[in-house]
Write a protein that binds this ligand. Structure first.
Ligand SMILES: Cc1cc2nc3c(=O)[nH]c(=O)nc-3n(C[C@H](O)[C@H](O)[C@H](O)COP(=O)(O)O)c2cc1C
Length: 292
């Protein structure tokens, strides 16, 4: 059992935001195995997102520019009320003002925690573009914290000064930092000689970003005192151990679900053997690689 800012997780593995769409069916299935699930990011008004192709697989992972497609908040809330509650539900929110985030928190008052998307790299005026305005981020986190007693996690991008951003979130009383979202990138089709994604560029995820995400977790562990949730390129139990050693108290898994729906079960098998053989519990691994 992992205690993460008052949330009780049966294990440290969480489903990352946006991976299994906006229907509760897939969340209900994953919730039976995961420590917690994070929903697709949702804003007050619905968003169409970008036209296809918006997700491309390449040698080292995935590139997406879904464009924060989501149903309107009220509609998504109705859908999420069918969540089976087999594990904590973390609702991921996007918006551009503190007021919008506060309204969203009220609509999803049945959530166990909230994740603030300050990091999506492909939606104008949202995500990463909000994350780079530290004064605005401070106000968003402060106002959201004032409006709820549920834990608030801020999701940061490695495309920004994530240490400074995390410190701003910490000073506004965020309960944890999720590091990282996808990183800006693109792919070009050499036959049509055009970018493949309809949005031209998007966010890189999967194996390609694992060392980057790991370094972010490492840096954040040295600089902030609130819990860090590692995310980026995790696909097996060894990755999870590495993230814990770097300082992650829990991890999120995203792109690996595109290759296997059983990724949580598979990781748990290896992780539990590793913990047993080393005679430690998961918490004892957290940050261990920092010792001199
Ligand atoms: C298709 C797709 C959609 C995503 N949608 C969201 C989203 O709505 N909100 C968010 O914060 N992150 C979103 N992400 C980013 C993931 O939650 C995660 O941070 C990123 O993919 C890195 O983890 P991974 O390498 O395990 O996939 C999305 C990623 C993908 C591939």
């Amino acid at each position: 059992m992992i205690i993460l800012s008052r949330l009780k997780l049966r294990n440290p593995l969480m489903l990352a935001s946006g991976i299994l769409g906006s229907h509760v069916g897939s969340l209900n299935r994953i919730a039976k195995q995961a420590g917690a699930v994070v929903t697709k990011s949702v804003g007050l008004k619905g968003r169409e997102g970008y036209r296809n192709p918006c997700v491309v697989s390449w040698e080292c992972g995935i590139l997406n520019a879904v464009g924060l497609a989501s149903p309107p908040a009220e509609e998504f809330a109705k859908e999420l009320k069918k969540f089976n509650r087999a594990c904590p539900l973390i609702v991921s929110l996007f918006g551009s003002t503190p007021e919008e985030f506060v309204k969203l928190v009220r609509i999803f008052d049945f959530a166990d925690a909230f994740e603030l998307n300050l990091s999506c790299p492909h939606a104008k005026g949202l995500g990463l573009e909000i994350g780079r305005d530290f004064d605005l981020v401070y106000e968003i986190v402060r106002c959201v914290k004032k409006s709820t007693d549920k834990p608030i996690f801020a999701k940061v991008s490695a495309n920004l000064d994530y240490v400074e951003l995390a410190k701003v979130c910490e000073s506004a009383k965020a309960d944890g930092i999720v590091a990282i979202n996808t990183m800006r990138g693109m792919v070009i089709d050499i036959v049509s000689k055009r970018p493949i994604l309809s949005n031209v560029s998007g966010g890189v995820s999967g194996k390609a970003i694992k060392p980057i995400a790991l370094k972010c977790v490492w840096d954040l562990y040295e600089e902030v005192d609130i819990p860090i949730i590692g995310c980026g390129g995790i696909s097996n139990w060894k990755d999870v151990v590495e993230f814990a050693l770097a300082g992650a108290k829990a991890v999120q898994i995203g792109s690996a679900f595109y290759y296997s729906y059983d990724v949580i079960e598979n990781i748990l098998e290896g992780l539990n053997s590793y913990l047993r053989i080393n005679g430690v519990c998961f918490d004892e691994l957290v940050g261990l690689a920092h010792r001199s």
